[in-house]
Design a binder for this molecule. Structure first.
Ligand code: ADP
Ligand code: MG
Ligand code: MG
Length: 254
């Protein structure tokens, strides 16, 4: 059984066709890496899946755990177990990280018909998550992302992931400025959360992240669709050869 099934997806932003016939199947527990040239549509795919405003699906289907993802509102998608690591990079001054995280966790619990977590329990859990991603506990009291450095925002996203325990995590590693230390934190966070019932889509421009996160599958997204899929060795091949050689692949028909 699949966790995520994308079939022949076509999507646009600003009336510009970006996703052009993309299909992808992700089973529970799998880690899929998506690589590809700049402007291929990698980030757009994440936004389309998250239901971001301004991104329009023309045709195709997306099922999450058997449910029609595209029919859900953005918040419903999150409650259904979808997590986008770049979903909350915004600064929310005046709202503490702890309040923000608790609200997100409680919304999910409510969707499952559960009571809100008690403040004491949540604080304990949040402190443990801070420790795991190597953020000082003081970050829980700070405004959401307020004055956080790039690395701290990454750690904070990971902390959100640890607390929300999503079924499908999409990480978009657009930040090429991540130092090795922050990269390892991301990888450790992902690796510690890998399980039979949690899947990951890791979007990365660089092979180096995949030295730490071993993907089950690697896909090349080019021109709005997946033009090549393989195992982890494909990432090494891409690192060595770039993407130009894929222009002649039969799947790329533009
Ligand atoms: P990638 O993440 O693979 O580098 P993106 O998904 O960010 O690529 O972008 C894919 C294409 O869509 C690019 O040509 C980009 O310029 C275009 N695009 C993305 N967002 C917008 C937007 N809001 N308006 C117009 N074009 C956009
Ligand atoms: Mg880009
Ligand atoms: Mg991108």
């Amino acid at each position: 059984k699949s966790l995520l099934t994308i079939k022949d997806l076509h999507a646009s932003v600003e009336e510009k066709q970006i996703i052009k016939g993309l299909s992808l199947d992700v089973k529970p527990g799998e880690v899929h890496a998506i690589m590809g040239p700049n402007g291929a549509g990698k980030s757009t795919l994440g936004y389309v899946l998250s239901g971001r405003d301004g991104y329009h699906v023309e045709s195709g289907s997306v099922a999450l755990d058997g449910d029609d993802l595209l029919a859900m509102e953005t918040e419903e998608r999150a409650r259904a177990g979808l997590f986008l690591a770049f979903q909350y990079p915004v600064e929310i001054p005046g709202v503490s990280n702890l309040e923000f995280l608790k609200a997100a966790v409680d919304a999910q619990r409510q969707a499952r018909g559960e009571d809100p977590v008690t403040s004491a329990d949540f604080l304990k859990e949040a402190k443990a998550a801070c420790k795991q991603v190597n953020l000082p506990v003081a970050f829980l009291k700070r405004g959401v992302n307020e004055g956080f450095s790039g690395g701290e925002k990454k750690r904070n996203e990971l902390m959100q992931m640890l607390l929300l325990k999503p079924k499908l995590c999409i990480l978009d590693e657009t930040d090429s400025g991540l130092d090795i230390d922050a990269l390892q934190v991301v990888a450790e966070g992902v690796n510690s959360q890998r399980s039979d019932d949690r899947s990951f889509i890791v979007v990365t421009h660089y092979q180096r992240l995949l030295d730490y996160i071993k993907p089950d599958f690697v896909h090349v997204l080019s021109g709005g669709k997946i033009v090549k899929s393989g195992d982890a060795s494909l990432a090494l091949e891409l690192e060595a050869q770039g993407y130009a050689w894929l222009q002649n692949e039969p799947a790329e028909d533009e």
